[in-house]
Design a protein around this ligand. Sequence first.
Ligand SMILES: [Zn+2]
Length: 306
Amino acid sequence: MNDKVKSVVIVGGTHGNELTGIHLVQSWKKNQREKDFSDFSVDYLIANTEARTANKRYLEHDLNRCFKKIDLENPSLNSLEQTRAKEINQLLGPKGAAKTDFILDLHTSTANMQINIVLTRIDPFHLQLAAYLKQQLDNVVITSEIELMDDHHFLESIATRGIVIEVGAIPQGALEYPCFEKTQSAIEVALDFVSYYNHSNNDQVTLPDALDEALDLMSYHSKIVFPVDDSGEICAVVHPDLIGKAYPQIKNGDVLFKGFDGKDILYQGETTHLAFINEAAYYDQKIAMCCCRPARFSLETCLRVD
Ligand SMILES: [Zn+2]
C-alpha cells in the first residue's frame, strides 16, 4: 500500500504581485471546483494577503523563504511574513506532522520559464508526477536545486508532498489568459495524477499511458549578477539576444549583457543553460539570470542516470 493523498491545498499569492495564482484560487473557490475530486479534499489559501493588497512580492521578507522548520520554531522571528509563515504552518501543517498531504503553490515569472514545475524532493511520487505533467502538457520544464535541502524554506515544504507551479513570462501585477490557462491545466493534471496515485496499490502509479523510464530536468547550479559600476549601480542590461528565451544554452564567448555604452559583454565560463533571464523579482539582489544544466533521473530507482 502507498500512503494515500487525502488532503490537497492550492495556494496562490505566496508572492503578492503574482496575480495568476490569486485569481485562479478565487475562481476555483467560487466555482466549487473541489467537488470535481471525490477521493481527496481540495482547499484553498491566499498566502500573503497584505502583500497582495500592496501589489508587492512581499513587505518585509520573502514569504517563500520563511518555512524552514528551525525558523518556524524561532519565536524571535516576527516580521509580517515570518509571523504569517507561522500562521500558515498552523493552518496547513505543522511541518513534520502536517494535516495537509499535498500542496500546490502557484507562482509566475517575468522570464520565459514555460510551465516550470519546481521539485524540492526526488522520490517516486514527485518524479512520476513530474513525468506525468510532461507527458500530458506541452512546454513543461522540471527544475530542481542541485543539492536538495533537508529543511527547505518554501511554503510547499510544510507538507510531505508539494510542488511549485511557476508559469511565465508574464509581468508582475498583471493577468493574461494563456498564463492562467497553463497554470490551471497543470493543476488539473497534477490532481488527476493524485487520483491515479490513490488508486494504485504501491508507489509505482498505474497510468493510462506508461511514463518514460527516466525524467529529464534542469538542475540549478549558480547565478549570474549584473555588471555594476564603481558606485555599485547596474551598468549593463541582459543582452537583447537572450531576452524572452527559454532555457537557452550559452557557451564561452557568447553575448551575455549589453552595456549602457552599447558594447556587448561576453559570457566567460563553461557551457550551461540559462533560466530566470531578466527576472524582475531578482533585481533587488542584482541577479540577472540563473544557470542550470540537464540532469536525468530514473523513475524506478530515483537515482541520476546521466
Ligand atoms: Zn513567486
